[in-house]
Design a protein around this ligand. Structure first.
Ligand SMILES: Nc1nc2c(ncn2[C@@H]2O[C@H](COP(=O)(O)OP(=O)(O)OP(=O)(O)O)[C@@H](O)[C@H]2O)c(=O)[nH]1
Ligand SMILES: [Mg+2]
Length: 314
């Protein structure tokens, strides 16, 4: 019952959060559909334009238009109204490929390194995740390896207190790799569980950041074979296609096993979820729709599309 209420609450927040995206994407699509008596070249051109503006990306747009044209050739598209349905179904199919919730095996040390450029929501997301995993019965330990930004450790500490989980920290400006080393030592001495590592979003230069993250990876792998088990990249949906650029960079530089897309509340750029799913072959683990502890949930393609295409609240 409580769980159902929670799910409904999250769905409603997702739906509300996607209102601007829905408006940008579907108002145009609906206008095009209503204004067209038949399916012709002009309709496809207008549709293409609307999709590009909505940030779903050129690959998805091209694919969709091609499949629509093919359906017209095979006379499977009778009237423009069917376009909406095909758009929705095509999106769902694409997104399903990236639906792969994080599965944490029991009874072992499971290390999660959380990376991303500054301000995307890493620390907040870790706080929410710690809270949820602890609630599911996992042992959780947080690691403050962002030693660069002033107050970063205190921010994580506040979340650790809230979730009632231990925090591993060192003095400001300590070597992040040393903090991680410490954390793994202490994890190995204690009970098995999830170790979540917060990292910096900005150092003096980008090269520094990537090198620092690589060094942390190396130290972890040396201390615990298989670590890090998961490298989660946190992306801010409001940055639109920039998020895709960041994903490519982190994937190529340090390797990314999963994505978290934050700030889907109130952005018109929610279409970027589709773009990421189509253009990057990386599982989308979680989505965030706000700053509260319950505003993070595993990504579900069906739920996302349902929320995006919801009729009311437009
Ligand atoms: N609206 C909204 N705000 C969010 C969401 N996730 C995080 N934020 C906010 O985004 C801001 C930045 O979050 P942080 O968690 O500090 O981001 P960070 O990536 O750790 O930043 P650095 O440590 O500076 O690299 C904070 O004000 C968060 O409350 C979300 O899903 N929705
Ligand atoms: Mg942070």
């Amino acid at each position: 019952m409580g769980q159902d209420n929670d799910n409904k609450g999250f769905f409603d927040r997702l739906k509300a959060g996607l209102a601007k995206t829905r408006k940008l994407l579907l108002t145009d699509v609906d206008d095009i559909i209503l204004g067209s008596k038949e399916i012709d070249r002009a309709l496809f051109e207008e549709l293409e334009e609307a999709l590009i503006v909505a940030d779903v990306g050129p690959a998805f747009t091209g694919e969709l238009i091609e499949s629509l044209k093919e359906k017209v050739r095979r006379k499977e598209l009778g009237s423009p109204e069917i376009l909406r349905k095909v758009l929705r179904e095509t999106m769902r199919e694409i997104l399903l490929k990236n639906e792969a919730p994080l599965k944490i095996p029991p009874d072992q040390i499971y290390t999660i390194m959380v990376v991303g450029v500054n301000g995307t929501g890493k620390t907040t997301t870790i706080g929410k995740l710690a809270h949820q995993l602890k609630g599911e019965g996992h042992e959780v330990m947080l690691v403050a390896a962002d030693t660069f930004r002033a107050a970063a450790v205190e921010q994580l500490e506040a979340w650790a207190k809230r979730a009632e989980v231990p925090l591993i920290r060192q003095a400001p400006n300590a070597d992040p790799a040393a903090v991680v080393y410490d954390a793994l030592r202490s994890a190995k001495a204690g009970r098995p569980g999830v170790v979540i590592i917060d990292t910096a979003g900005r150092l003096h230069t980008k090269v520094n950041l990537m090198e620092e993250l690589k060094k942390m990876r190396r130290i972890m792998g040396r201390e615990l074979p298989g670590a890090p088990h998961e490298v989660l990249l946190v992306l801010d949906a409001t940055t639109g296609q920039n998020a895709v650029v960041q994903a490519r960079m982190f994937r190529d530089e340090i390797g990314v096993t999963g994505l978290i897309l934050t700030k889907l509340d109130g952005t018109a750029k929610g279409g970027v979820v589709v773009r990421i799913a189509r253009e990057l072959n990386i599982p989308l683990r979680y989505i965030g729709v706000g700053e509260q502890v319950d505003d993070l949930r595993p990504f579900r393609a069906g739920e996302f599309v349902e929320a995006l295409f919801a009729q009311n609240g437009r």
